[in-house]
Every structure is written in structure tokens, then in C-alpha cells.
Write a protein that binds this ligand. Structure first.
Ligand SMILES: [Zn+2]
Ligand SMILES: [Zn+2]
Length: 455
């Protein structure tokens, strides 16, 4: 077991132990590591012989159904056992979009349906401190200095219901690239239009990793329940895992995200986030990279730097500022109360941020969440971190950002048909509401079923 430290500006350093031996940084020859004891959907869960120990939402029956479903109807329904154990991506020849088929994902507790999440007490929650045996061996553990070994602050573990297979190594790849590769991105090479002319049913295995960031051993439901220092540790854990996965050959895309509430796709209440690393680059990410690169070549300017400057000069859509970050409702927000957060100064990769920056960012995110939670209670939301994939754009043209959006509206027929979203709340109004909550932090609830959001 090795140990290292997260440097921080304001607090004593936190000890970070890497239970997984392949979590050492900067080993470009690494491939996807085998995770001890982890099969794709075959992990005995819970290890306890008493299924009632985890409550009805996490029964042994669910785990058995998951194992029994290998190669069965839970795999996407194509009836081919040979493809059922590995996540795969299929490309729709007409739209060019992907669909990911993840075996075992269907067995997640409390996932399917539109109901509210079950309220778990600490004694029935697999993420609570003392229940470490109910999750796989961690890939990262963050501890404060001089605390007993069993007292952790943040734990990162492989997801028991991965969207991306982690049981096979990804392709052998060359050294990491600091500059974008020549020509098309790897995913586009695999799913090229030319190939689609001859193969209308393109499919490829999808590899990488899918991890859960358990943000605290205490049974808390919001990032805002944590101190800013602790939330900063969570963001440092994000950065550490993103650095790790981008060092794994064959991984083209890594995203960190958070789902809160059933409407946002969460399956458990205990505050947590997720990291997904994939061997394929989503076309939308590739397109953004191309757009910022084209802007840079035309204007010798970073597109997000320029946009951020414009938002600051206008001011109407700015929600919250700190020394190094700005939160604002973008000019063309696709969803009501969507908030974008970006560093003031150009930076292409979130995961290279300093510990002090990440703690400051965590405080800003908590501030925005306080406003959203005060405005919409309960508040289902997602946030995502967009960092530069190593083969996308140039460091000078790509500027990392976060997006945070409450789930207030449904994606309906027009959005599905056109990919053009109807937003009932202008971003200027949303920013005004959120600023007001920042000032007053007075609790008020706006019904999500109000006429404002009805269709
Ligand atoms: Zn818990
Ligand atoms: Zn920039």
C-alpha cells in the first residue's frame, strides 16, 4: 500500500492511500487494470449472508437476478450471450448516434421507474462508513492526517453496475498525446461514414471504467451538507481519478458527473458522484473540440475565454463569482436554471487544477447548489465536468467547464425529434432568481408542477 498526499493551501494535507496497486500516477504503459474480485455483474452482493441487512432496495435477490441475467433478456435483448457480458456500442446508421448496451446495468437498485428514491437509514446504506464490505475494493481512499485507518473522508470504488466493461483490457495504444492527433478522432475512425456505407450495423465493444465517488462516510444527501474543505477533497478525488484514467492507454474520454434525485438518474440518496472512462470518444465531444479549434484558428482566441468575458461584461446572467471561477446561466441555456462554471483564466484540463483551486471551486458549486436547493425543494439535478480529452482540440483552444442543471422539465417529443430544447425560463431571469437566493438564502419552494413548467 502506497501513500501520497493531496497538497492543500488552507488545511493540513490529506493522506491518500491507493488500495489498488495500479493507481500510481504517470505509468503510460498501463492498460485497464483487472479489479480484484470484480466480475462484470458477477460480484456477490452483498457479501453478507443476510440479505435483509441491506434493506429491500438492495436485496440478495436483486444480485441473483443480475447474475442470472447474464446473456439473458437484461442484456439488451439481442439474445447473443457472447456479447452480453461486455458493454458494447452500436451506431445508428441514420442518425450517426450511439447507444450503449451495458449488461447488468438494468439490475441497479431503485433505478427503473419514475418513483422517488427509497429513503435509507444509515444502517441499510452500502455507502455509509462501516459498510465497506458491501462495495468493491477501493481504487482511491482519501483520509485526513493522523486519523485511524478505518476513518476515511472520500472513497472511490468500481461501480457494481458498470455502464462500461472493465473486464477486458482496452486496445494497445501508443504514448499519450499532448497535441490532437492528425485526422479524425479514434472514435470517428471506428464509426466512420465510409464504413457505414458498407456496414449499416456497426458495433464495437466498449471498455474503460465506471467508478463511484462516495463523498462522505456519513449518511448525508447533499454536497451542501459537507464543509467546503471536505467538498474540496471530493473534487480532488475527481481530479485524481480523471488523471488516472487518462493515463490508461486506449481511454479516449473521461467524464465526472453527479446525479441527485430519481429524476436525475440517481439510485441511492447517500451523496455520491461517478466517473466513467470509455475507449470511444462521444461525437458531441469531438464536435465541440472541432468547434473550439476552428474558432482558435480563425480568431487566435479561446472560445470560452471570449464568451466568459462577454458574460462578465453583460453581467445579467452571472450568478456567482469567486477569485478564480465564475458561475453563470449561459446566453443560450437549453434547460431552465442551467448553470455553467468555468475558471476565469484559461485552463484546458480540470484534473490539473491545484488543491486550492478545487476547494475554491467546490465552495462555488456549493453556493450554486444552496440557491437551487432553496428555490426547488426537493431539487433533482445533475452536474458534469467537461475536461479536454487528450485527442481533442489543442490545449490553447479547449477550456474546461462544469455544467449544473436542475431537472425541472421533461425531454419531450419536439426535443427528441429536433434536438432543439424548449426552455421556459430565460437565463437572465434564472440568474436573477439564483442571485437573490444567494443574498437571502431564504427558503422558498417553487412547485415543479406550476404553470411555468407545464407543457
Ligand atoms: Zn449512507
Ligand atoms: Zn480559455
Amino acid at each position: 500500500m502506497s501513500a501520497s498526499h493531496f497538497p492543500t493551501a488552507r488545511q493540513p494535507k490529506a493522506a491518500v492511500s491507493r488500495a489498488h496497486p495500479s493507481s500510481e500516477p504517470s505509468r503510460p504503459e498501463r492498460a485497464i487494470p483487472p479489479t480484484p474480485g470484480i466480475a462484470l455483474v458477477g460480484l456477490p452482493f452483498p457479501p453478507s449472508t443476510d440479505p435483509s441487512a441491506l434493506g429491500p432496495a438492495l436485496s440478495l435477490g436483486d444480485a441473483k437476478a443480475s447474475r442470472d441475467s447474464d446473456g439473458g433478456t437484461d442484456t439488451g435483448g439481442d439474445g447473443h450471450p457472447e456479447v452480453a457480458r461486455v458493454s458494447q456500442t452500436r451506431r445508428d446508421a441514420l442518425t450517426g448516434r450511439w447507444a450503449i448496451f451495458a449488461p447488468g446495468r438494468n439490475s441497479r437498485p431503485a433505478e427503473i421507474g419514475d418513483s422517488a428514491l427509497p429513503r435509507q437509514a444509515g444502517h441499510s446504506c452500502p455507502f455509509c462508513g462501516g459498510h465497506e464490505q458491501y462495495t468493491p475494493a477501493p481504487s482511491l481512499v482519501v483520509r485526513e492526517p493522523n486519523v485511524p485507518r478505518e476513518q476515511w473522508s472520500v472513497r472511490v470504488v468500481p461501480n457494481l453496475y458498470p455502464a462500461v466493461s472493465q473486464d477486458h483490457p482496452v486496445s494497445e495504444a501508443g504514448p499519450l498525446l499532448d497535441e490532437p492527433a492528425e485526422g479524425v478522432a479514434p472514435s470517428e475512425a471506428i464509426f466512420s461514414d465510409e464504413e457505414a456505407d458498407h456496414n449499416l450495423f456497426q458495433v464495437t465493444e466498449l471498455h474503460g471504467g465506471h467508478e463511484v465517488v462516495i463523498e462522505t462516510p456519513n449518511h448525508l444527501e447533499s454536497l451542501t451538507d459537507l464543509s467546503q474543505q471536505h467538498a474540496g477533497r471530493v473534487f480532488q478525488a475527481y481530479a485524481a481519478r480523471m488523471r488516472y484514467w487518462y493515463d490508461v492507454p486506449g481511454v479516449e474520454y473521461v467524464v465526472t458527473f453527479k446525479n441527485v434525485g430519481a429524476a436525475a438518474g440517481a439510485s441511492l440518496r447517500h451523496t455520491h458522484s461517478q466517473v466513467i472512462a470509455t475507449s470511444l470518444l462521444p461525437p458531441s465531444v469531438s464536435e465541440i473540440g472541432q468547434r473550439v479549434e476552428n474558432h482558435f484558428r480563425r480568431c487566435a482566441d479561446c472560445l470560452l475565454c471570449a464568451t466568459l468575458l462577454g458574460e462578465l461584461e453583460d453581467g445579467r446572467r452571472v450568478v456567482l463569482e469567486s477569485k478564480r471561477f465564475v458561475a453563470y446561466c449561459p446566453f443560450a441555456s437549453r434547460m431552465p436554471y442551467l448553470v455553467r462554471i468555468a475558471p476565469r483564466h484559461h485552463s484546458d484540463r480540470f484534473e490539473t487544477s491545484s488543491a486550492a483551486d478545487l476547494e475554491e471551486l467546490a465552495g462555488l458549486v456549493q453556493g450554486v447548489l444552496h440557491s437551487l436547493e432553496a428555490t426547488f425543494a426537493p431539487c433533482a439535478y445533475n452536474y458534469t465536468i467537461h475536461t479536454r480529452p487528450r485527442n481533442v482540440a489543442s490545449p490553447a483552444s479547449f477550456h474546461w467547464w462544469m455544467e449544473l442543471f436542475p431537472r425541472l422539465t421533461k425531454v419531450a417529443g419536439f426535443e427528441w425529434s429536433s434536438d432543439c430544447f424548449i426552455n421556459p425560463v430565460p437565463p437572465e431571469l434564472a440568474a436573477t432568481h439564483l442571485r437573490r437566493e444567494q443574498r437571502g438564502r431564504t427558503k422558498r419552494t417553487v412547485s415543479r408542477k406550476s404553470a411555468e413548467f407545464s407543457d
